[in-house]
Design a protein around this ligand. Structure first.
Ligand code: NAP
Length: 260
């Protein structure tokens, strides 16, 4: 059954998150502004940025200018690990740059000093309780580090944003996250893939799609959130044009056999 774009979301404590989002790492200046405008124009309703990307102002301007309405866009930003001790000031700066009163999801970008850091997580809980972040989560955390946060605070991150693609996945992580009620959000789905791989090329040609679209459709069918980035309008369109075909279980298995 084809998943319609409009209902392509997954549950997240505090609401729902669109499965496909637009990544903005390394997009600067007009590429950032234009990229977000194009993405919203094409139909994306989920934008991923970070303090470290230095493009929150451009992202905020693009959302405001798009007329889509802030309330209709799921916005994620991230707190750099070296902002420990000034987390809430960092969030305030993000909100000012994005020109919004709240973000939909705020993530600890990396474990501070490689540690789970329950102190940082307590600040995130306070931000969520204040309404400035509708949901809170982490990025680049191990399962053990997630459990440390839960054990210390009684609150489990809603999301773990991690590198994920057919070439960089494992069979253990999705179940471990699901058991804990944590959404798996994958990053670098294309950069970490061989788009010329013969298995992908064959599946793509069987569906009249591109290898990139096969990778992104795999995420959606498996319920993984995915946030591809492109600076080119035609690829921004291509990466969202995923809803008119389905992958068979045999194809899903072939794609999963690509893990390195
Ligand atoms: P990505 O989205 O996997 O790949 C981006 C690259 O793929 C760009 O070079 C882009 O080139 C190219 N591309 C895009 N669409 C394509 C298509 N249809 N066919 C062929 N090539 C295509 O990589 P990413 O930016 O690393 O990851 C995505 C997002 O995840 C980031 O933007 C960021 O928001 C997030 N992220 C988070 C973390 C973290 O630590 N939490 C780390 C990395 C990334 P063109 O621009 O020329 O199209």
């Amino acid at each position: 059954m084809t998943i319609p774009a409009a209902s392509s979301t997954t549950a997240l404590s505090g609401g729902r998150i669109p499965l496909i989002g637009f990544g903005t790492w390394q997009l600067q200046g007009d590429a950032a502004y234009r990229g977000v405008r194009d993405a919203l124009d094409v139909g994306y309703r989920h934008i991923d940025t970070a303090t470290a990307y230095s493009n929150e102002k451009l992202v905020g301007d693009a959302i405001l200018d798009s007329q889509v309405g802030r309330e209709n866009v799921f916005v994620t930003t991230k707190c750099p690990p070296d902002h420990v001790g000034r987390e809430l000031a960092t969030l305030q700066a993000s909100l000012a740059a994005l020109n919004t009163d709240f973000v939909d999801l705020w993530l600890v970008h990396w474990p501070p000093n490689g540690e789970a850091s329950p102190e940082t997580w307590r600040q995130f809980i306070a931000a969520r309780d204040s309404g400035k972040a509708k949901a809170i989560g982490v990025s680049n955390y191990s399962i053990g580090q997630l459990d440390e946060l839960t054990d210390a605070t009684g609150e489990t991150p809603a999301v773990n944003q991690i590198p994920w693609s057919p070439f960089k996945h494992d069979s253990h992580t999705p179940g471990a996250l699901r058991e804990r009620g944590v959404v798996l959000e994958g990053y670098s789905p294309l950069k970490r893939s061989d788009l010329g791989d013969p298995i992908l090329v064959e599946i793509a040609s069987a569906h009249g799609k591109s290898p990139a679209q096969i990778i992104l459709r795999w995420h959606i069918e498996r319920g993984f959130v995915v946030i591809p980035r492109s600076a080119r309008r035609e690829r921004i369109e291509e990466n969202f044009d995923l809803y008119d075909f389905t992958l068979s279980s045999n194809e899903l298995q072939q794609i999963e056999s690509l893990a390195l």
